[in-house]
Design a protein around this ligand. Structure first.
Ligand code: NAP
Length: 254
């Protein structure tokens, strides 16, 4: 569908399952060589096996995005194997549900380290490579819980802070990365059916309450978000940088 994606090289973080996995599979279907990365290399290899079975090319690499050393190694191994990096999907994240008054300093730090510092480390490491070829695309996965949307989200204060930080970081990055030929955009999903929302799905009342606020009255599918990620990774979005695109079944407008 996106001819320009053929033979591009992408890194997808947090790709052993959930949306990261579908981003990786869909990119590979377009002919992208995909580095499938997560904290479990074994699970990443299973995704790469799926990619290869479908005729695509991929590489499984362990990387905890909160650790600079591992991120630098991820980018180095990608370049060693495929010669370049064209696309980064900054996707790895955690969501812990905890009332604000019970939240510990360690829990706050862990969420910000993975969800925000991890995005910074990966974006910086790939930008150094992308700058050499004067082209590249970064897609940062935030959330409808990114702030400035007129809706608050209880029991995830640290998560919301990290997602708002991603949007602010992206806006600032645009100015420094555009002259280097690098575009950077945000995707902000609503409630998407992945293992991350298992705790919510165990509470029928909470599902009912949430769905009453989503005009399409259903969870989103990971593949629906991946289709948007593909568009932003491709030349079809060549005039877009610094945009935050919401994909939420109408939640924020409902
Ligand atoms: P998911 O199924 O939990 O996938 C996230 C992946 O990231 C998991 O495999 C997770 O591994 C991995 N990860 C966690 N910490 C990591 C680290 N330090 N380094 C590398 N990988 C790490 O969640 P998802 O729903 O697909 O979420 C993907 C992204 O979308 C996240 O940024 C999330 O915040 C965002 N998002 C999700 C929703 C939703 O409704 N699902 C809505 C808005 C935004 P472990 O399982 O071992 O932790």
């Amino acid at each position: 569908m996106y001819e320009d994606l053929k033979n591009k090289v992408a890194i997808v973080t947090g790709a052993r399952r959930g949306m990261g996995r579908t981003h990786a599979l869909k990119l590979a279907q377009e002919g992208v060589k995909v580095v499938v990365s997560d904290i479990s290399e074994e699970d990443c290899q299973k995704v790469v096996d799926e990619i290869k079975k479908a005729g695509g090319e991929g590489l499984a690499l362990k990387c905890d995005v909160s650790q600079k050393k591992e991120v630098d190694e991820l980018v180095k191994k990608t370049v060693d194997k495929f010669g370049k990096v064209d696309i980064l999907i900054n996707n790895a994240g955690i969501a812990q549900f905890k009332p604000f008054l019970e939240l510990t300093e360690e829990e706050w730090d862990r969420t910000l380290d993975i969800n925000l510092k991890g995005y910074f480390l990966c974006a910086q490491a790939v930008s150094k490579e992308m700058a050499k070829q004067k082209s590249g695309v970064i897609v940062n996965i935030a959330s409808v819980a990114m702030g400035q949307v007129g809706v608050g989200f209880p029991n995830v204060v640290h998560y919301c802070a990290s997602k708002g930080g991603i949007v602010a970081m992206t806006e600032a990055l645009v100015l420094e990365l555009a002259p280097l030929g690098i575009r950077v955009n945000v995707v902000s999903p609503g409630m998407i059916e992945t293992p991350m929302i298992d705790p919510i799905k165990q509470d029928p009342k909470m599902i009912e309450g949430l769905m009453s606020r989503v005009p399409l009255r259903r969870f989103g599918k990971p593949e629906e978000v991946s289709d948007l990620v593909l568009f932003l990774a491709s030349e079809a979005s060549s005039y877009m940088t610094g945009s935050a695109v919401v994909i939420d079944g109408g939640w924020l407008s409902g």
